[in-house]
Design a binder for this molecule. Sequence first.
Ligand code: DPN
Ligand code: ZN
Length: 530
Amino acid sequence: MKWKTRLGAGVTALAAVLGVVSAPTASATTLAAPDISLANVKTHLNQLQTIANNNGGTRSARGGGYAASVSYVENLLKNAGYTTTRQTCTSCLGQSQNLIAEWPQGDASQVIMLGAHLDSVSAGPGINDNGSGSASILEVALTLARTNPAMAKRVRFGWWADEESGLVGSKYYVNNLPGAERTKIKTYLNFDMIGSKNWGYFVYDDVASVKAIFDEYFSSIGIPTEGDSEGDGRSDHASFKSAGIPVGGLATGAGDVKSSAQAQKWGGTAGSPFDNCYHRACDTTANIPDAPLEKNSDAIGYALWKLAVAAPQGNDFSVAVNPTSGTVQPGQSLQVAVSTTTTSGSAQSVTLSASGLPAGATATFNPATISSGGSSTLTITTSSSTPTGTFPVTVTADGANADHTASFSLGVGSSSCAPVTTSTRLDIPDYPGAAVSSTANVGCARNASGTTKVEVHITHTYRGDLVIDLVAPDGTAYRLKNSSSDSTPNLDTTYTVNASSEAANGAWKLQIKDVGPADTGYLSSWTLTV
Ligand code: DPN
Ligand code: ZN
């Protein structure tokens, strides 16, 4: 059995049945997206609330509440091993600073960037707008550092100054990026308000492939999403989008009013704003429910892992049989060595089986279950009633992480194929009569040869009229002779045919058609030597 990869439909179905929502599961062959700790995200939000409380109830870019927020985030990131940079934004209120943090692993020419504005409006502490996005990507960054997976791409985070007066900090950052640095940013993901009290699940729809990653996550936990339109052009992704950088992101809604269809879909209150405290003093930690904060944080982790973390080398193996063909008389048995090799990762349990055996034949493996790298012996036993012929047997190696097959050609009967002569007279009707054919039954257990001989004796008054084919048991026709203007009577010729891809066993036919009027004749005998 090959385990489901990434987010199997079964995970969703099971979660629905159990009434639980689980983090994505991953098998040994797929990458594991982490669970982002809701408790830690809430700790960060409490710290931002405390900072606001100590700074006149706000974290607006102008004042100490913003500067203290930058310090809080920066300290945690530095201690976790990030390379952090403060960028003074000269166009921002209070000359406030953007904070940039880069995880120093992965291809530096391919950057996946995540950002959130860290400032609030002056009216309040801005815990949903935008402590929520800031705290969530902070915890994602810390989880990346703790997990320390092999990285395919470079990951960079940005906490933006002074978004609230018009995306000023992020515009400053993008405008000051040299062209070569801009093109390195392959995707920018923005998170602005992901913990709205009367939440919806909105996914930015700017780039379909980026939206699809988030949607894949939400569908795995059974949550429907909608494309975001309320935030279009209103948050920091717009600064990146204007510079031609692909963008995506998540939001749970601001001042827009939840429709009844949306309330049916997600719960909550129809006719009320998604966040009734948007840009107000009441946007505090009391304004933030757990559910959207947790699910959006996990969705961010999922997307980041999918975009930037290297896929682990899965466990894999190969299987081979030796020899690859063999012949037995009916009633006899033969043995085939089956060997496996671990080709990547570590060894896995492999169960062997065989299919394609003729009637009356059985296959046993000793042992039937091995660890990849090991071998087994396949014994094929036929019975006296097993038909003569060649049979393609498929050996299936069903591993815990991957499945593979190997092929064995089983011959039953003698491998010496005696010539078959058919001497029953067969009349050949004159044109436009139908083709006629004579049958030769071959009973042996190998393929026909590359120099299969067909000796033909025909009595006829104009042999140029005749078109002759040899038809193999599987229906493949081999042209022996075309029509011609050869007026000679009778035909006594031996043709050579390369029929090496045909199983010799079975009913072969000599097919003759008269394609010219007036002359007639008959086949007196023919001999087939495969
Ligand atoms: N978070 C809002 C602000 O910073 O004022 C902007 C916004 C509104 C973003 C609606 C997304 C959706
Ligand atoms: Zn905002």
